[in-house]
Design a protein around this ligand. Structure first.
Ligand code: ATP
Ligand code: MG
Length: 391
């Protein structure tokens, strides 16, 4: 018997007139993620998307893993496709759900008859199949309000589909069509989570990383790229910018007071990210900052960083504890990569006593000691670009 996937979209259903646009984006995303697994066909009807494998080698387990990571899906089912004949439906239900029904104490049958030519109506299907399953599994009780197992029969154009039990989807909105944001991606725990959260709301995410060779190594950069690839399972392909940041950091070290190193460095990052964002039409910047986490993330420090940005800066983890961020990082499988102990440019030239409550005027005065503009320009021009994607 053949299995197919029945996908129920989530919040998209609320989108009124835009619904078909969002659905088309979701289908495109599903196609892209499942393509490496073999041939399949996608159809949609009444806010359900049907994915039917066509090639023999199609790896259903892997398809399920991938679908779980696509935003815009509330829940989905692995369903059995059965001939549209009541006897066949009953036999299939007895066979396919024996494990589930043996372990359950209550159940109900739900039927949806989209093909009105099918001779039994929905209540009749429920009655017949419910009775047959009760006879076969006498320990079961029918509970129409809170059943442990719901056996669903959908009679459609080409076949009847049977499923019992649904798989929770990633929720959110399908990525694409809502604009794109540029994430400052370090090798740490917080920024991949921040990117994941923005993608969940349907935004495309690009990554920008500041590298300071030889103070930071190739391995450190590789780690960031690995993080981007892992994120792409949720976010889709990630355009990735790598900024050569060494000269700027050295200039800050040579010309600015030590207590302002970090805050000035962060302002330089934001200036460069803003220019690249404006050039490539990103609508906002995103960081993994959380209030009070470190000296550069106090309220005053965040204000000093924002002061150099024209675009909005989104900080989706701003109010989260580290432990909350870590639990998301574990769930999306970026945590183990993030904790690899490679250096980041933020840990180069760190001041012994950073200003925790920097005043904007003082920071601007400290910066004025040197003309950073040519170095900023140079860093933007020399920024490398590539696409990060997990196949
Ligand atoms: P993360 O916040 O990702 O766990 P972290 O905690 O080591 O890394 P912080 O010093 O807290 O980094 O930096 C705050 C934010 O600044 C990061 O979340 C990230 O958005 C940005 N950032 C820091 N370092 C870099 C870098 N080298 N390249 C790009 N963005 C960076
Ligand atoms: Mg952090």
């Amino acid at each position: 018997m053949k299995q197919i996937l029945l996908i129920k979209n989530g919040e998209i259903a609320l989108k009124g007139l835009n619904r078909t646009t969002f659905e088309s984006i979701l289908i495109k995303n599903i196609r892209r993620r499942l393509k490496p697994l073999g041939d399949f066909k996608i159809e949609r009807a009444q806010s359900t998307i049907y994915v039917e494998p066509l090639s023999d080698g199609f790896d259903m387990e892997e398809a399920v893993n991938r679908i779980k990571k696509i935003f815009g899906i509330a829940a989905f089912h692995r369903a059995w496709a059965v001939e549209k004949d009541y006897a066949a439906i009953e036999a299939a239900a007895q066979e396919c759900f024996s494990d589930i029904l043996e372990d359950a104490s209550s159940f109900k049958v739900e039927a949806k008859r989209a093909d009105k030519r099918f001779p039994m109506d929905s209540p009749a299907i429920c009655r017949e199949l419910g009775g047959a399953l009760l006879a076969r599994y006498p320990h079961l009780r029918v509970d129409v309000h809170q059943p442990e197992v719901t056996v669903t029969v959908e009679v459609r154009e080409r076949a009847a589909y049977l499923h019992a039990g649904s798989i929770t989807g990633a929720g959110g909105m399908p990525v694409g069509g809502s604009g794109k944001v540029l994430l400052l991606l370090s090798g740490g725990i917080d920024s991949p989570v921040a990117g994941y959260m923005m993608a969940k709301r349907g935004l495309e995410v690009g990554g920008i990383h500041f590298a300071a060779p030889p103070y930071t190594s190739d391995r450190a950069l590789q780690k960031v790229e690995t993080l981007g690839e892992k994120m792409s399972e949720y976010c889709g392909r990630i355009p990735f910018f790598c900024v050569p940041f060494t000269k700027l950091q050295e200039a800050i070290r040579d010309h600015c007071p030590e207590e302002y190193f970090t805050i000035i460095m962060r302002r330089m990052m934001m200036r460069i990210a803003s220019q690249i964002a404006a050039r490539d039409r990103f609508g906002a910047l995103v960081t993994g900052e959380s209030v009070g986490q470190v000296a550069s993330q106090t309220l005053q420090a965040l204000c000093c960083t924002d002061a150099v940005c024209d675009l909005p800066v989104f900080r989706p983890v701003i109010g989260m504890d580290k432990s909350e961020i870590v639990s998301i990082a574990r769930r999306i499988d970026t945590y183990e990569t993030s904790i690899l102990p490679y250096e980041d440019c933020c840990t180069v030239f760190t001041p012994r006593h950073p200003k925790t409550r920097p005043q904007l005027a003082a920071v601007e005065a400290a910066e004025a000691a040197f003309d950073f503009a040519p170095l900023i320009q140079r860093a933007v021009e020399d920024t490398a670009w590539k696409l990060l994607v997990s196949e």
